[in-house]
Ligand binder design. Structure first.
Ligand SMILES: Nc1ncnc2c1ncn2[C@@H]1O[C@H](COP(=O)(O)OP(=O)(O)OP(=O)(O)O)[C@@H](O)[C@H]1O
Ligand SMILES: [Mg+2]
Length: 411
């Protein structure tokens, strides 16, 4: 195996920065050789608000990953997030003019460009173009049109748009930490890379990444991305509810949530309902008691509300999600979240663990859903470096690059 390749994923989140270091193993597996995590400062809802603070958090997480792996990290694939991103499905049509009406790379590129010709709000840009399928003279479902014959080529493309300032400021923060950005990748796309199987993408599923201040939804079907949406809420909202409801500090609320919290009351047995938890209200010197049932009464309505927003969006798109719902991100660790999501979505739901067929090495240590994004970023980096190496020094055309990503992700 080629160990010249080091794949680094850097997930810069609102509450945590996480770094994963991987190396190619046997049969496309990525061996995780290092990881690091640090408290995050200087972000709001996934957007950089204080560059230096973010850079410090990056240095800490990357430093930790360097110590574990014994490698020096110079660049990384970085997650792109923010509440303003949104996805749209567009189509573009071109006439095939070449000899014998054989479709060329240029035709495909024109068809994709034509789908992407859209009016953007000032300061916005196209973040990602994700081809879904092609239609040649009315025949749909075509994945690789180059070399086929036809007169009319239509492309269906999922386009994600967002403000360019978010990307630029994130870039600056990574640079300030002394690193280069290899590429940026949308947060839910990275989570999908590490946790979804080809069948999930083919038969349809909803990936829901519940972070600290942001929840993102990406719907897959027929092997491609069908919908993207971002919601401005996440795990922090539970913490704030607990802090207000119990008059405790945010730190104390976060601890109570993680240690005793549950968002599905039907999971608590009678003994647990009455189990006493000691809390320390702000400004008091003596502890006060409360039952787990009361804590659950605070958290459950928030979980239902959060998931209902996401489920409504899924229903609105009329997407078929036969493979169900996959939850990733730290917020999905809350006890009962899977069970409540199953009810709200009325679909099978699972936690997004790292897909075992793709990860080895230290994967067990970072198998939790909060690591899905960082691991997916590293896996994506490894895959593109391996492709580049196999290709030699030849630069791929813009179209070839799109397609290699497309095939790799949606094989
Ligand atoms: N066991 C747990 N129970 C409940 N909540 C949890 C648990 N573990 C983590 N969380 C919550 O998950 C959230 C952090 O998730 P994550 O690390 O995915 O967010 P982030 O990537 O930093 O933020 P964002 O994606 O919004 O920018 C926090 O609100 C944290 O309290
Ligand atoms: Mg996140």
């Amino acid at each position: 195996m080629n160990n010249e390749i080091h794949a680094i994923g850097l997930d810069i989140g609102t509450s945590k920065v996480r770094c994963v270091v991987g190396e190619p193993g046997e049969r496309g597996v990525m061996n995780i050789v290092g990881y690091g995590e640090a408290e995050s400062r200087g972000l709001r809802r996934g957007i950089v608000t204080a560059t230096d603070a973010v850079a410090e958090s990056i240095k800490k997480a990357v430093g930790e990953a360097e110590r574990v792996s014994g490698l020096e990290v110079e660049s990384a694939v970085v997650n792109l997030s923010g509440e303003h991103f949104r996805g749209e499905n567009k189509n573009g049509v071109v006439a095939v003019a070449g000899s014998g009406r054989e479709i060329t790379e240029e035709d495909v590129e024109r068809a994709i460009e034509s789908a992407c010709a859209m009016q953007l709000p000032a300061g916005w840009e196209i973040i990602n173009r994700l081809p879904q399928e092609f239609i040649i003279d009315g025949q749909d479902g075509i994945m690789e049109p180059v070399g086929m014959t036809g007169a009319r080529l239509e492309s269906l493309v999922h386009i994600v748009i967002g403000p360019s300032a978010g990307r630029q400021n994130l870039n600056k923060a990574v640079k300030r930490a002394g690193m280069d950005v290899e590429r940026m990748m949308l947060e839910p796309l990275a989570a999908a890379e590490s946790t979804l199987t080809d069948d999930d993408k083919e038969y349809g599923c909803a990936l829901v990444n519940i972070g600290s201040e942001i929840t993102s939804l990406m719907i897959f079907g027929r092997g491609a991305v069908q919908h993207t949406a971002v919601f401005p809420f996440g795990g922090l909202h539970f913490t704030k509810d607990i802090a207000v409801g119990l008059r405790v500090s945010i730190q104390e609320a976060s601890k109570i949530k993680q240690r005793y919290g549950c968002v599905a009351s039907f999971l608590l047995n009678d003994d647990e309902r009455q189990e006493n938890i000691e809390i320390m209200p702000v400004g008091r010197t003596e502890a006060r008691g409360l039952t787990k049932e009361i804590l659950c009464d605070i958290m459950q309505p928030r979980a239902i509300e959060l998931l209902q927003h996401v489920a409504h969006e899924t229903v609105r798109t009329q997407a078929q999600i036969s493979s169900g719902v996959i939850l990733t991100g730290g917020g999905s660790n809350a006890r009962g979240m899977i069970e409540i999501a199953e009810q709200v979505f009325d679909a099978p739901t699972r936690l997004g663990y790292l897909d075992e067929s793709n990860f080895g090495g230290l994967a067990e240590q970072i198998s939790g859903p909060e690591w899905a994004v960082a691991s997916g970023l590293a896996l994506s980096s490894m895959r593109s470096q391996v492709r580049e190496m196999n290709r030699g020094n030849k630069r791929p055309s813009k179209m070839a690059e799109w397609f290699e990503n497309f095939r790799e992700k949606f094989r």
